[in-house]
Design a protein around this ligand. Structure first.
Ligand code: NDP
Length: 247
């Protein structure tokens, strides 16, 4: 079998659906041992079973990454079970679209807490282990981290934030041989839109998905695998991937 990641340990947040789920399965198929973290235990269990049936190795970790206690326990669990952490995929996120004038403040708070603050906290908790392993951090931002569309002010604020955080981080940790990659997908068919509270924006996203060929979660997983399976001298800093149908 082709196992470019044999001997590596990966942790994927938001692994219970969409991009995180596909990435966990892809990294496991490439030979990594993969810890899958999210809140929905049943979905994690189904994924871990799928990975194991395919001959891979998975560890389920029920964690809310906006909880500092859960984050510490999550990282400790990976390292206590497997002795190392080589690849961190910070993927958990939500996209609660609405015009700024109509924004629900709690939507903004949830996005900042999950998409930005939790990603920063998980990174900090994992960093000592990633330095020890000369590891790799993959942060899932978005095209919305480069182009701020109307209706996405809160979401774009968090995703531009991820880009800024990642670039500063890269320049801090390259000397430790830790690599940092930012992934910036366009529209991917996942559960991301299901949580939008603004009815008009939720319907509009549904319409866009119905009238275009969006990316699949596996398309993004393939990009992440590309970044993390390069020779250690190669630091793939940024990957932007849009559907061919997207402007
Ligand atoms: P999904 O909604 O399918 O997946 C989101 C994941 O995040 C789920 O596994 C969810 O699991 C997890 N999650 C949510 N809240 C928490 C929490 N508090 N603690 C731990 N995990 C949490 O959407 P996608 O796969 O599309 O999204 C993944 C990432 O990709 C996000 O960062 C998103 O912004 C980004 N992205 C997506 C695009 C798209 O078009 N789909 C485009 C560009 C970027 P659970 O609820 O079980 O905790």
């Amino acid at each position: 079998a082709n196992s470019p990641l044999a001997g590596k340990v990966a942790l994927v947040t938001g692994a219970s659906s969409g991009i995180g789920e596909a990435t966990a399965a892809t990294l496991a198929a490439a030979g990594a041992k993969v810890a899958v973290a999210a809140r929905r235990a049943d979905r994690l269990e189904a994924l871990a079973t799928r990975i194991q049936k395919a001959g891979g190795t998975a560890l389920r970790i029920e964690a809310d990454v906006t909880s500092a206690g859960d984050v510490t326990a999550m990282v400790d669990k990976v390292v206590s079970d497997w002795g190392q952490l080589d690849i961190l995929v910070n993927n958990a996120g939500i996209m609660l679209l609405s015009p700024a004038a109509e924004a629900v403040l709690d939507d903004w708070r949830r996005m900042v807490e999950l998409n930005l603050l939790a990603l920063m906290g998980v990174t900090k908790a994992a960093l000592p282990h990633l330095k020890a392993a000369k590891g790799h951090i993959v942060n899932v931002s978005s095209v919305a981290g480069r182009v701020a569309n109307p209706g996405a002010s809160g979401y774009a604020a968090t995703k531009f934030g991820v880009v800024g955080f990642s670039e500063s981080l890269r320049r801090e940790v390259y000397a430790d041989k830790v690599r940092v990659t930012v992934i910036e997908p366009g529209l991917v068919r996942t559960e991301l839109g299901d949580h939008i509270t603004n009815a008009a924006f939720k319907a509009d996203l549904g319409k866009r998905l119905a009238t275009m060929e969006a990316l699949t979660a596996e398309d993004i997983a393939a990009a992440i695998l590309y970044a993390v399976s390069q020779h250690p001298r190669v630091n793939v800093n940024e990957i932007v991937i849009r559907p061919t149908d997207q402007e």
